[in-house]
Design a protein around this ligand. Structure first.
Ligand SMILES: Nc1ncnc2c1ncn2[C@@H]1O[C@H](COP(=O)(O)OP(=O)(O)OP(=O)(O)O)[C@@H](O)[C@H]1O
Length: 257
């Protein structure tokens, strides 16, 4: 269980005072897939950084698996948008995936098994000896996902992980992510500014207002669990749900102006 309780976050730097998050509360059940959407600059990344224990809240608290977050929680992994910057160019793909396991002190045989399994899960077994810069953007992002999977997190946070890849690769990565989530039973919090993506992926969509941010709406996505790019997106219920999210985001943007 992941709970965000009355979270607020204000940045104070060199005379610039930004109330990024006003008052945000929501929770994610174990094994649930929740998407967070909101207008640009509403504090989505800030929220994720607070949950990951990388930024202290100004007030309120975050509880992950019963423990108040005051640093990176055990069993939590994050995948960022900038895969190019999150992979080490001087390490081969398998060594990039292996790195967090080494840091955690996992034994060699277990590490090999986890790295092989994770690369297999993202369809990159053949690329294990390549360097990240020899791969396409979509493949690099799959390496970043493999690294998170190999770590066997119970909670996975993703910050616009597919924003920088082309539309076709993005659709493939969305389906890959849903199948990995279904297989691993991980608790997933996925931040995106893409309304269609949030409805396609999530079991719930938490919509944020513009700054100072609050939860504008928490919408259950009652689409069938088996989703596919053509069928699901053509489902009238999908159109209805995306319309609801779109209207809420437009409202949030207008309130700001
Ligand atoms: N380190 C920082 N210092 C000062 N202000 C910051 C810092 N990081 C973010 N902000 C401000 O906080 C607000 C929220 O930023 P954040 O990046 O969390 O939003 P976002 O919803 O992720 O944006 P986007 O959708 O454009 O990626 C913005 O006004 C931003 O300028």
């Amino acid at each position: 269980m992941l709970t965000v309780n009355g979270l607020s976050k204000t940045y104070d730097a060199k005379g610039r005072h930004v109330e990024a998050i006003g008052d945000v509360s929501f929770s994610v059940a174990d094994g649930e897939f929740v998407c967070v959407v909101g207008p640009s600059g509403c504090g989505k990344t800030t929220l994720l950084r607070c949950i990951a224990g990388l930024l202290p809240p100004t007030s309120g608290e975050i509880v992950v698996e019963g423990k108040v977050v005051d640093g990176p929680p055990d069993g939590l992994a994050v995948v960022f948008q900038e895969y190019g910057r999150s992979l080490f160019p001087w390490l081969r793909v398998r060594d990039n995936v292996d790195l967090p396991l080494r840091a955690a002190g996992t034994g060699k045989a277990k590490r090999r098994e986890l790295v092989t399994g994770a690369l297999d899960a993202v369809g990159l077994s053949d690329a294990h000896a390549a360097y990240p810069w020899q791969l396409s953007g979509g493949m690099q992002q799959r390496v970043a996902i493999a690294r998170a999977i190999a770590y066997q997190p119970r909670v996975l946070l993703m910050d616009e992980p597919f924003a920088a890849v082309d539309a076709q690769t993005r659709a493939d990565l969305e389906d890959l992510l849903r199948s990995v989530w279904q297989r691993l039973g991980v608790t997933l919090l996925f931040v995106t500014h893409d309304i269609d993506e949030s409805v396609y992926l999530g079991q719930r969509v938490v919509m944020l207002s513009s700054s100072p941010t609050t939860v504008a709406e928490d919408l259950a996505i009652d689409l069938p669990a088996e989703r596919d790019q053509l069928g699901t997106r053509a489902d009238p219920r999908f159109t209805e749900l995306r319309g609801q999210v779109y209207a809420q985001i437009q409202k949030a943007k207008q309130e700001r102006t």
